[in-house]
Design a protein around this ligand. Structure first.
Ligand SMILES: [Zn+2]
Ligand SMILES: [Zn+2]
Length: 285
């Protein structure tokens, strides 16, 4: 196991474990530094910091903001953001409300399609967290319309599936600026995916997008991520060098699927933590 995990979700968004349980699990797995990066919410940060004190785990406050570019979703991580920042709290609340409207619309379409799910049940599954497609998927499994989580995405709510609803639009540059004004270090999350032949595919042109994002305050990029092979990591490290970005990484732990990697199961060097902290300290000078 590895000592660093800079990408984890809790019940403050669509993770299964509450922040205290997540940190206790990290301690048990000998993870020493963990960033709590919930979707559009920093509500998990304070309880995670408290649990970090108890368990001797260093907790980095974070957030993962879901944004859109034409035809794709881009996630921007924000490390060391101040959860008390009022502008950040207001904008995240606006994004979460957009998600609720979206989940309601998906429930309506599913009902029209003959796979009825109760919108209130979706919200109940989401609990205190930012409601999202994983909660809709769980409601579909519960209602017996599909056998698995993955089938729910394939048949109903995946990007090209009939009950998919676009989210409220927020650009990655806006997310970078929002994170920076809240004192945080913005980092582009999981920038690479693969095509059917296993070749590296980026959902958007990195060289077309990164200059604008760097101008908006981007300081990091995620290079260590589940499924990323050595070639991919090298590719992203090259991008990081070209644009002078700090390299981050983690498991994107949600605790939802048995096939998912556990906390700390992706190699992330301790140097990533040092660089991230240095970038943050530079912002405060
Ligand atoms: Zn993400
Ligand atoms: Zn994530």
């Amino acid at each position: 196991m590895n000592q660093v995990d800079l990408h984890c979700h809790t019940t403050a968004s669509d993770g299964r474990l509450d922040p205290a349980t997540l940190i206790a699990r990290a301690a048990r797995l000998a993870v020493k530094v963990i960033a709590v990066t919930d979707h559009d919410s920093t509500d998990g940060v304070a309880p995670a910091l408290a649990a970090g004190q108890t368990w001797g785990v260093e907790v980095i406050p974070g957030v993962e903001i879901n944004t859109d570019v034409p035809g794709a979703e881009v996630h921007v991580l924000g490390y060391y953001v101040d959860p008390a920042d009022e502008t950040l709290a207001r904008e995240l609340a606006r994004l979460r409300e957009g998600r609720i409207g979206r989940a309601r619309r998906m429930a309506e379409i599913l009902t029209e399609m003959g796979a009825p799910v109760d919108f209130r049940r979706i919200l109940a599954i989401a609990g205190d967290g930012a409601v999202g497609r994983p909660h809709v998927a769980r409601a579909l499994v519960e209602a017996g319309h599909v056998a698995t989580f993955d089938e729910a995405f394939q048949r109903y709510i995946g990007r090209n599936s009939p009950a998919y609803v676009e989210r409220l639009r927020f650009s990655p540059a806006e997310a970078c600026r929002l994170i920076r004004q809240a004192g945080g270090v913005p980092a582009l999350a999981h920038p690479v995916s693969y095509d059917h032949f296993g070749a590296i595919r980026t959902a958007f042109g990195l060289d077309e997008t990164l200059p604008e994002l760097c101008a908006a305050g981007l300081l990091g990029i995620e290079a260590y991520y589940p499924g990323y092979d050595a070639v991919t990591i090298e590719f992203i490290l090259g991008v990081a060098r070209r644009y002078g970005l700090v390299v981050t990484g983690g498991t994107d732990f949600h605790g939802l699927r048995p096939s998912e990697l556990d906390l700390g199961a992706v190699y992330v060097p301790m140097k990533a933590v040092r660089s991230l902290r240095a970038a943050w300290e530079q912002l405060r000078q």
